[in-house]
Design a protein around this ligand. Structure first.
Ligand code: ADP
Ligand code: MG
Length: 409
């Protein structure tokens, strides 16, 4: 409630840039994108139609020759065309895919490329980013060792970073009027910036060469004037669903790798806590991409779950990038799958949804093929009239529709 004061509001993103508009765009893209099955069905449909026309012509010719009645022959040929109208076949896949995409979006899972539903079924290994993905990504500053006199200056620099560590430093320092200049974010390493005439830096060992204590908590070194002055010890909590996710992935025959730019000690502890099969620590963003490429070179299909700016390259390198919503926007753009409610367990939901979509598509295709083969045979032999054919055709489409709708349950 603002009674007499002045509110200064800045809309940072309006119109087509707003989150809602982007969600709409993503869903439209997904609907327009085609899966491999769809493309195959399209190809079949292309030969299907001329083939049906030929069969209809043959039916006409056959009956004309057999009975000599042009009207009768025309009726039978018409029945062939009507019954074979490849409606059920044509809608079998897109209907299932659209149903799945919309079922997913209702659970807060944004699918921007329908191909995802097929890719996810073939995933062999899932790489999990640590900070903000396997963990909550909400750090609290536990301890400052060394020269703690310039926390406000350090916080002024961190105010420009989106990293969860930065948020903890800013929160711990409280409000400050200091302004930092020339801030540079070094993805996966740390940050530098000037306050007044002094250049400050915060980061891991690769930024600030210092003794790394073998702590189970995240440690950030800080300093100014080119000298390391102390360390911050920060605590983060492992997400409760992370262990569940690793377990379920293993049950589905998928290996898990925890990948982090953080120290070995912290990464190992988190990996043990969530039950990841493997862990890789002190990886810079470029090395994270390398890790994924390495797995792919072994012939594995790799899924990557991440949230931060530094995850964007690995998310797009992976066969399936899964971004946690409310993470950095760039991460969300780099991934065809976004979990808007930030819940890791949604990954398993998508996996199951993809399995169900696949079986629904198979059922749809099988039954519409069976229907067409049976229907055309009956029409060619003159057993059914065009009216019955029309009714059967509508019925088959309704069956496909109803079967696909089951995905929404
Ligand atoms: P993760 O791979 O676990 O998500 P990041 O790659 O985001 O971790 O960061 C790796 C390390 O780089 C952090 O553990 C931290 O030591 C350092 N770091 C990154 N950004 C910052 C920052 N803004 N301030 C201080 N340290 C940072
Ligand atoms: Mg991260």
């Amino acid at each position: 409630m603002n009674a007499g004061g002045v509110l200064e509001v800045r809309a940072t993103r309006v119109g087509v840039e707003s989150t809602l508009a982007q969600i709409v765009k993503t869903v439209e893209q997904a609907a327009a994108s085609r899966t491999r099955v769809e493309r195959t069905v399209d190809r079949i449909s292309r030969v299907f139609i001329p083939a049906v026309l030929v069969v209809a012509l043959l039916t006409f010719g056959g009956w004309l020759w057999y009975t000599g009645l042009a009207a009768d022959a025309l009726m039978h040929a018409l029945a062939v065309i009507v019954i074979a109208c490849p409606c059920a076949l044509g809608i079998a896949t897109p209907l299932a895919v659209t149903s799945a995409v919309s079922a997913a979006s209702r659970r807060g899972i944004l699918v921007s490329d329908a191909q995802v539903l097929e890719t996810i079924r073939g995933i062999d290994v899932v790489v999990l980013d640590k900070t903000g993905t396997a963990t909550e990504g909400e750090f609290t500053l536990l301890e400052v060792t060394g020269d703690a006199s310039r926390m406000p200056e350090l916080a002024a620099v961190e105010a420009y970073s989106e990293h969860p560590i930065a948020r903890a430093v800013v929160d711990a320092a409280g409000s400050t009027r200091l302004e930092a200049r020339n801030v540079r974010v070094e993805a996966g390493r740390g940050i530098t910036g000037a306050v007044g005439e002094t250049i400050y830096f915060l980061g891991n060992r690769s930024m600030a060469p210092a003794e790394e204590p073998d702590a189970a908590d995240t440690v950030v070194h800080f300093g100014w004037d080119g000298m390391v002055r102390g360390t911050l010890r920060l605590g983060d909590r492992v997400r409760p669903e992370a262990a569940q996710l690793c377990k379920q992935l293993r049950a589905n025959g998928i290996r898990t790798v925890l990948l982090s730019g953080d120290s070995t000690a912290v990464t190992r502890r988190v990996a043990e806590e969530i039950g990841a099969d493997e862990w890789i620590a002190e990886a810079l963003p470029a090395q994270k991409v390398q890790v994924i490429r390495g797995l792919q070179e072994k012939g594995l299909s790799v899924g990557m779950i991440g949230d931060g700016i530094n995850d964007a390259p690995s998310l797009s390198q992976a066969n399936l990038g899964i971004a946690l919503g409310s993470g950095a926007d760039i991460a969300m753009q780099a991934a065809p799958l976004v979990l808007m409610n930030r819940s890791l367990s949604a990954t398993i939901d998508v996996l199951h949804l993809a399995e169900r979509t696949h079986s629904i598509i198979c059922q749809n295709l099988f039954w519409s093929f069976a229907y067409n083969v049976l229907g055309i045979s009956l029409a060619v032999t003159g057993v059914i009239s065009p009216i019955i054919a029309a009714a059967a055709m509508v019925l088959s489409s309704i069956c496909v529709l109803g079967n696909s709708r089951r995905l929404q349950a």
